[in-house]
Structures are given as structure tokens and as C-alpha cells.
Design a protein around this ligand. Structure first.
Ligand SMILES: Cc1ncc(COP(=O)(O)O)c(C=O)c1O
Length: 223
């Protein structure tokens, strides 16, 4: 039987990031097994606070059993284009391609050429982390003094806010109310969890213009 561990760092929705201790724990788990790792690293360049992205590609023993998943959408601000890639040892990609051809029939060619050209120029990767880190910092600063409590976020462009000081409504009900009554859209976290009782936490996206973050925070401050 083939078993698989799926990991995602930087993580959506929590913004948490795997560190060296997590990698050591992962190594312990998979050692002496035939476990395959699917490592979703689409936010690899969107990492803050001086942290280093712990790609499976950095560790030959883990890379040898990993599919590393990347997205040009996150790195090059083209999320709607839905173009990404998976990197794995050839024995694994041989199996992957048998499935892939039935899942994704084709990808739009001009987009692939455009991304290839952009990739060759290697522009903008180093700025991506600081670019979003500044937005996270701005959003957190603007939310200071509100009744929402931010949870730590070290990567991705999502900030979790705990609203337990405001309401005991379910996250879906509260998210709908925030959208209808305050005009700020968020994402409930319960669909990401298998637990029955989800924490009173919503996910907010800070990949927005400064003025949008300011307008959102002003409304959230009034909740
Ligand atoms: C963790 C994670 N993986 C994969 C994806 C899919 O990315 P794309 O739509 O660019 O292929 C997303 C998109 O939100 C994501 O958050």
C-alpha cells in the first residue's frame, strides 16, 4: 500500500511556516517507510520575518520521495491563470503523468511562453517577500486596538483573525454577516479542518492595495 504525506508551507490558511525542527520530525516519520510526500510550496517566495523556505528540494533524502508543487500564479501575480508545475524524481513523474493527462487536458500556450520569458529574466523574486511583508505589517498596524485578535502569520498572503471577543457565531455565519453588514469579505476556516468545532477564526487576504486595506481595517475596527 502506498501512503502519502501532504504538507503545505507557507501554509494557506494559517500563514504558518515549517522550520528545521519540523523537517527533522518529517524525516523521522518517513524514514524506513515508502511514504511519498506531496509538498505544496506555492507560497515559497512569500515568506517573512527573516525565515528561510524549507523546500523538500533542499534535502536530497526528502526530495527523492517528494512531489514539489509550485504555482506561477502566486509568484508572478497571475492567480487566475492557473499555471503551475510539479517537480519529482523521474520514476514518480512517470506515474504522475499517467494521471495528469486525464485531469488537465491542456494549458493555454501563450501564457506558458509568457511565463517562460519572465522566468528567464529572473525578475522580482527577492522583492516578493518584503512586498507582502509590508502589506501584512500595514494590515496588522491598522487592526491594532480592534476586537479582532491576529494569529501569527509568517508567510503566504493570509492573516487569520480570532473574533471570539466579538461573537460566538459560527465562522461561516460571521463571515456572511461581515460581508453583508460591513462590506468586508473573509473566508471561514472550518472547511479547512476535520474537527467538528472549528475555532472562531476567519482568514483575511492582504494581497490588496494599501487603500483597500485601509478601508477594510476602518470597517473592521467598527465591529
Ligand atoms: C496552498 C495552495 N496550493 C495551491 C493553490 C493553487 O494555486 P493556483 O490556482 O495558482 O494553481 C492555492 C491557491 O489558492 C493554494 O493556496
Amino acid at each position: 500500500m502506498l501512503r502519502l504525506v501532504s504538507i503545505n508551507s507557507p501554509q494557506n490558511p494559517t500563514g504558518s511556516v515549517l522550520g528545521p525542527a519540523d523537517i527533522a520530525a518529517l524525516r523521522d516519520i518517513v524514514a524506513a517507510t515508502n511514504i511519498v510526500i506531496v509538498s505544496d510550496e506555492v507560497y515559497e517566495h512569500i515568506i517573512f520575518d527573516g525565515l528561510t523556505h524549507e523546500s523538500m528540494a533542499r534535502y536530497p533524502d526528502l526530495a527523492a520521495r517528494s512531489f514539489i508543487v509550485g504555482s506561477f500564479g502566486k509568484t508572478y501575480h497571475v492567480t487566475g491563470w492557473k499555471v503551475g508545475y510539479a517537480v519529482a524524481p523521474s520514476a514518480l513523474t512517470a506515474e504522475f503523468r499517467k494521471v495528469h493527462q486525464f485531469v488537465t487536458f491542456s494549458t493555454h500556450t501563450p501564457t506558458q511562453y509568457a511565463l517562460a520569458d519572465f522566468l528567464a529574466a529572473r525578475r522580482g523574486l527577492a522583492e516578493l517577500g518584503p512586498f507582502y511583508e509590508a502589506k501584512r505589517n500595514l494590515f496588522l498596524r491598522l487592526m491594532e486596538g480592534s476586537r479582532f485578535r491576529p494569529l501569527p502569520c509568517h508567510g503566504s498572503y493570509f492573516q487569520l483573525l480570532d473574533y471570539s471577543a466579538i461573537s460566538s457565531e459560527s465562522d461561516a455565519d460571521f463571515a456572511i454577516r461581515l460581508t453583508r453588514e460591513y462590506g468586508v469579505a473573509s473566508i471561514p476556516t472550518s472547511p479547512f479542518l476535520s474537527r467538528e468545532r472549528a475555532p472562531l477564526v476567519l482568514r483575511f487576504c492582504f494581497a490588496k492595495k494599501e487603500e483597500t486595506l485601509e478601508a477594510a481595517a476602518e470597517r473592521l475596527q467598527a465591529v
